[in-house]
Design a protein around this ligand. Structure first.
Ligand SMILES: Cc1cc2nc3c(=O)[nH]c(=O)nc-3n(C[C@H](O)[C@H](O)[C@H](O)COP(=O)(O)O)c2cc1C
Length: 414
């Protein structure tokens, strides 16, 4: 039996793919360039749908965000942001335009999926989620990965779309319990997910755990989810995610733990094609374990893993909800509350400590340096230039390293 990941293909729509997904990395880190580079190799990659109005503006010269600021600029000094509503037609237009542009540039060898986070509540969670999901389908996306939430209504929100049964749909969970709840709703609309991503406590981005995240173990959760799926007579491939750093790690999950594949992100975040600025990629590769923390600076309510010196943490910028506002819920965001109180614009006693950041703005500007727990291992697989800087790998090099490395250190399967 072979020890290469490529020898354990996963099948979608009767076609085989190497069982490796490049995970969604918002905002615009898993961008069009990275996704297309992986797709060209016959791989599976994600786009992210976070802040797509802003990304469309940068990419196509549209003015979705500028127009939004213009519409709501009178609310800049107002603590109550409940009047900030997204124009659903424009939200759909930006998503369709972005997605269809990427899909037009595909080679057809691989798959391009989009990561949709439920936690982007956008001051009208159900209406905006419905718009984002359906616009991605209308734009021709190969599949949607539902993340950052239980997505209890997402299948229903897409069920009238003509591509509902054609596109792949997957869900990210961190426990069997979360999957069980989702599956009940999926069964109710007669549409089961095509894949499940189990994201463990070592992942980058937001964690689906509380502060006790370190007590959990990805392998245990994957085994439990795979067992539950099998015991209940379903046939759904499970992708393990979080801290899977090498081809060897990946083969272990597929061969010995029961996963059908893996989803990885941190190693691709520093690939030449990813959307992160060069200086941030260099910072990631320099990182040691001591530089990483799981904190609560995100306004989503989920803990997030990031480098301790992420500029967002100490920043005191005015909230930018008029331009973005992706995390507003009923007119509120915890950073807005904190900022207005700390600047004496509303009276809250005691004045809150600085404990949140303006996540939309700082993710957009690459000032939240979120990473997986394995970030400190990047330096072990990256070449150093004579001037001390790191020679960034191409996405192809990272992809081949996962997919084609012979895993000699693993005991051979019986
Ligand atoms: C820079 C970065 C940004 C991320 N952004 C998102 C995101 O927007 N949505 C999401 O569901 N997961 C996000 N993740 C999680 C990844 O998709 C992936 O599941 C996880 O990081 C895999 O673990 P690894 O980074 O150790 O390979 C992000 C991860 C990283 C490293």
């Amino acid at each position: 039996m072979s020890d290469r990941l490529s020898d354990f293909p996963v099948t979608f729509h009767n076609r085989q793919y190497a069982p490796l997904m490049v995970g969604g990395m918002g905002v615009n880190i898993s961008n069009d360039t990275l996704a297309l580079a992986v797709e060209k190799l016959g791989g599976i990659a994600h786009l992210s749908d976070a802040l797509l109005m802003d990304i469309a503006d940068k990419q196509f010269g549209t003015s979705f965000c500028k127009d939004k600021i213009h519409r709501f600029k009178n609310l800049i000094d107002s603590y109550d942001k409940s009047e900030i509503v997204f124009d659903l037609e424009r939200l759909a237009e930006s998503t369709r335009r972005y997605v269809s542009d990427v899909m037009r540039r595909k080679t057809g060898r691989g798959l391009i999926l989009i990561n949709c986070m439920e936690k982007l509540t956008m001051n009208a969670s159900t209406a905006t989620l419905k718009t984002r999901l359906n616009a991605a389908l209308d734009g021709g996306i190969d599949g949607i990965t539902l993340s950052a939430g239980l997505h209890l209504s997402s299948m229903k929100l897409m069920q009238d779309n003509p591509r509902f049964h054609e596109a792949l749909i997957g869900i990210v969970v961190s426990s069997t319990r979360a999957l069980q709840i989702f599956m009940k709703r999926a069964q109710a609309v007669g549409r089961l997910p095509d894949y499940v991503v189990v994201e463990g406590p070592l992942a980058g981005g937001h964690l689906g755990f509380g502060d006790d995240w370190a007590e959990y173990n990805l392998e245990d959760i994957v085994r439990d989810v795979v067992k539950w799926i099998g015991d209940n007579g379903f046939d759904i491939p499970v992708f393990a995610a979080g801290g899977i750093f090498s081809g060897e790690d990946a083969v272990h999950f597929v061969r010995d733990v029961g996963a059908a594949g893996v989803q990885v992100a941190t190693r691709f975040a520093v690939a030449q094609e990813s959307g992160l600025p060069e200086a941030v990629k260099q910072r990631y590769i320099d990182a040691t374990d001591d530089d990483v923390q799981v904190n609560h600076f995100s306004t989503t309510g989920y803990p997030m893993r990031m480098l301790k010196d992420s500029p967002a943490i100490t920043s005191d910028i005015r909230p930018n909800c008029e331009a973005y506002g992706y995390l507003l819920q009923k007119g509120e965001c915890s950073y807005v509350k904190e900022w207005f109180a700390r600047h004496g614009k509303i009276d809250i006693q005691p004045v809150p400590e600085h404990s949140k950041c303006c996540l939309c703005t700082h993710m957009r500007n690459f000032k939240v340096w979120t990473c997986g727990a394995s970030v400190s291992r990047l330096k072990n697989v990256t070449k150093r230039r004579p001037d001390g800087s790191w020679q960034l790998p191409t996405a192809e090099e990272v992809w081949r390293d996962y997919v084609e490395t012979e895993c000699q250190h693993l005991p051979k399967a019986a």
